[in-house]
Design a protein around this ligand. Sequence first.
Ligand SMILES: C[S@@+](CC[C@H](N)C(=O)[O-])C[C@H]1O[C@@H](n2cnc3c(N)ncnc32)[C@H](O)[C@@H]1O
Length: 274
Amino acid sequence: MKFISHNIILPDGSKTMGDQRQLLSRTRAWLSIKESLDQFLPESKEHPASLKVIDLGCLEGGYATEFARQGYQTLGIEARVSNLNKCLHVKEQLSLPNLDFVQDDVRNLDQYGPFDIVLCYGILYHLDDPVAFLKKVFQQTNRMLMLHTHYAPERDWRYDLGLLNRYVIAPIQIRTHFLEHAKNYQLSRLTTNEGYRGRWYTEWPSHSSPQHIEKNYLSSYNNPKSFWLCRTDLTKALSDMGFRHVFERFDHVGKGEWTRYPRYYSRSMFIALK
Ligand SMILES: C[S@@+](CC[C@H](N)C(=O)[O-])C[C@H]1O[C@@H](n2cnc3c(N)ncnc32)[C@H](O)[C@@H]1O
């Protein structure tokens, strides 16, 4: 069983990815999640077993596992069976009764909720209906949403060039990083979807076989294109949903990356509280 992203330490001391990658539990990404719990839900430390957590698009189960290790009642939802099998392998090794996984589309989270804490890491930008999904997330969140997501730049001349970017500029920039002020994701021109502005991203060709989709371990599952909201539209959507407070965190990456990371990757971490 080959893990590709989450390095999880198991009870016998072995690691799912050996020494080739930092343990997930030591990454800035996980530490900033833990710090958010301490800062925004300090009482959760005292009685984690009474709080329900959901990890949406949980991949290999690393984040869900760390929540369960802290004592939270944790559920991971994952669409791909190959990823889910890795989650189940970890669960079996750890024998944590408060850790569960289901194979499902994250859009069905209302069938499992509500939850006190919702972890929405690396999944919003894989959906073609992010606003409808955020609405569901809001309805199923009792306390706090932690969101790690890409957003679409409002202005980027490369995306106005359409096919010229897709077939000429992007392949050059991806190979050489020539004049690449921000990563070239080959997004569409600026448009509107579900009443909010953003850009479309192609995940896989619409005629892809189920086997091909299954093997694209990190991509969308049920939609060939996903819609990346513009940053201001994302915060507006969170506010329109009814979240009372929205904060942005920069310390999910090392200090030296605080400025470059959001600018280059068009991606950040947000905390939304009810
Ligand atoms: C970029 S990965 C992020 C994984 C993990 N949350 C993290 O931050 O490391 C996206 C994950 O979401 C899963 N996924 C994509 N679309 C999904 C959907 N509609 N429902 C459930 N899982 C989905 C993928 O299989 C993959 O495991």
